[in-house]
Design a protein around this ligand. Structure first.
Ligand code: COA
Length: 159
């Protein structure tokens, strides 16, 4: 069985994240895709891990191969514990590339048997970010082109 992990903070899930999930499912490179929700030590999240997990669960329930989980500790150790052979990450621009490349190389040195695969963002998601979705919603604007309606409705109740 081919198992892939798509890790992220997902605070909250955006259309950019959903697009990556859909495209990985369509590619047929994995039998199970585990969306691994975790904390990023460089960020202070608005939503709790459970809130983020619940939103992702609701929005990915149509995908048979997708599972949602909370992940702690070293990413590669988590991937090993799930018998995963792939880590999926999306790339929007050169800044993402530099950050992701560094993580991928460190992860490769820690676990040479686990490959990181990069999926380029679609043009319409290049400027999408979880921070932008939160900021626009907080200031009363519409972030409907950046995140699913269920995410925005939930954020409105939080902000
Ligand atoms: N389209 C649009 N936006 C996207 C996107 C896409 N395809 N992919 C990511 N983004 C955005 C997100 O919305 C988010 O925006 P924000 O910065 O405004 O919050 C940002 O890009 C990245 O967020 P996300 O993908 O949710 O997660 P992350 O980059 O915070 O997650 C981890 C990073 C979890 C993968 C990383 O912290 C990690 O691997 N930690 C493990 C620790 C470890 O093992 N360390 C050792 C190796 S270094």
């Amino acid at each position: 069985m081919r198992i892939a992990i798509y890790p992220g903070t997902f605070d909250p899930l955006t259309n950019g994240h959903l697009d990556i999930i859909e495209r990985v499912c369509k590619l047929g490179i994995s039998d199970r895709l585990i969306i691994a929700v975790r904390e990023n030590l460089r960020k202070s999240p608005l939503l709790s891990l459970v809130e983020r997990l619940a939103l992702i669960y609701k929005l990915t329930s149509d995908f048979d191969q997708v599972e949602v989980d909370i992940c702690t500790g070293l990413l590669v150790e988590y991937a090993r514990s799930k018998y995963a052979s792939m880590i999926i990450r999306g790339l929007r621009n050169g800044m993402d590339f530099n950050y992701e490349m560094e993580m991928a190389v460190i992860n490769q040195s820690l676990a040479p048997d686990i490959e990181t695969l990069f999926i380029p963002s679609k043009a319409e998601n290049i400027y999408v970010s979880s921070s932008a979705v939160k900021e626009i919603t907080k200031l009363g604007g519409s972030a409907g082109s950046m995140a699913p309606a269920a995410v925005i409705e939930y954020l409105k109740t939080k902000l």
